[in-house]
Write a protein that binds this ligand. Sequence first.
Ligand code: NAP
Ligand code: GDD
Length: 383
Amino acid sequence: MARTALITGITGQDGAYLAEYLVKQGYVVHGIKRRSSSFNTDRIDHLYQDPHTENRNLILHYGDMTDSLNLTRIIADVRPDEIYNLAAQSHVKVSFDTPEYTANVDGLGALRILEAVRMLGRVSKTRVYQASTSELYGLVQEVPQNEKTPFYPRSPYAVAKLYAYWIAVNYREAYGMHVSNGILFNHESPVRGETFVTRKITRAVSKIVLSNQRELYLGNLSAKRDWGHAKDYVRAMHLILQQDKPSDYVIATGVTTSVREFVRLAFAAVGVEVSFRGEGLEEEAVVTAVDKEVFCRKVSSEAYDKFVKRVGEKVVGVDSNYFRPTEVDLLIGDPAKSQTVLGWKPEYDLHALVEDMMSGDIKLMKKEDYLLKGGHRVLNYFE
Ligand code: NAP
Ligand code: GDD
């Protein structure tokens, strides 16, 4: 019998990669998607199967993390072996604008899943993965951060996730449930949400080199993150639920990089050298050189003729609107436990991640430009 997994947040970055991974492993995958006025399944369209197909291995259900009746009914119908609770209002800056909603979805949402499993008598039948986060470390108390580092959340998002973390631990201890927290550090990909900083950068750099945008504005360029690839991180989620005993694991690369350096690497990936000058709100990046061979190979020779005229010009500036009321300055994880116990090792390093994101966005921006001219907006990110 094929194993059955239920993924909340299947339409998000991680949900899409995890669904693809589990389908390949032979699972029947059920996912919860929100009702939306426009299509929100771009990231999983390549896995979609018509409801009339026999023996489908991807089945979607309408639902919402704020609706416990609906979540309970879906779990009762699906009877999953494994639940991956990935759904969340996952944007840290947005959580300052929508703190109550974020608490409801990210904090109480986790409780709704756990309580449904318990009420339905599935404690020994369903394993649960809770999407915990390095944002829990916030104002870091130790460098690097491991499973024993004390938490100090710095946003409504992180505080909501703190509740979810501890309610998962509590259900494990109180009811003997197989519930585990993956404390995942930042992970990115070509399908990362467009307003997270890495994707904002790779999209904008792609548009700038294609001469479709002049400048990119960012917030805190000095923030440092431990960035990995989402493809590697969903493998870790699966491994966590395959362990005999539930536990909590840090998933990270152990390397930290500033936003400023990520900008430099994104331009460098297409042969453009930028240098930063000035400080604070006056800081900016200007183009200092363009490597013709790399640029023509990675972008195009038509684009080169236009872009090369921008040497000496500003391409990145700072806008205080992107600052956060309380910031997380530095995250760097210690993945020793996940490497030893799970045998998990990432395949992508930062350079490979930037390459993957830049080549995806150059392709997408060329196509977006073409499609916009043709009057269409539908893009398949996985093409
Ligand atoms: P994401 O791309 O923002 O995806 C979030 C998913 O949750 C989407 O499918 C979204 O649906 C869904 N969702 C949001 N609100 C919902 C609600 N009220 N009811 C049902 N579904 C809802 O996030 P991600 O990067 O894949 O991250 C997955 C999980 O890991 C999140 O819990 C996040 O907080 C956590 N995490 C992420 C990272 C990271 O670096 N990516 C690191 C640590 C932890 P729509 O598509 O309709 O918006
Ligand atoms: N989004 C954004 N936009 N961030 C910016 C910008 C900007 O214009 N300029 C600078 N930054 C800085 C932020 O202040 C932050 O310090 C850093 O870039 C990373 O921001 P995000 O990419 O938005 O990610 P995050 O670290 O806040 O949160 C992500 O990672 C968490 C794991 O540590 C999200 O995926 C969370 O859901 C996840 O839990």
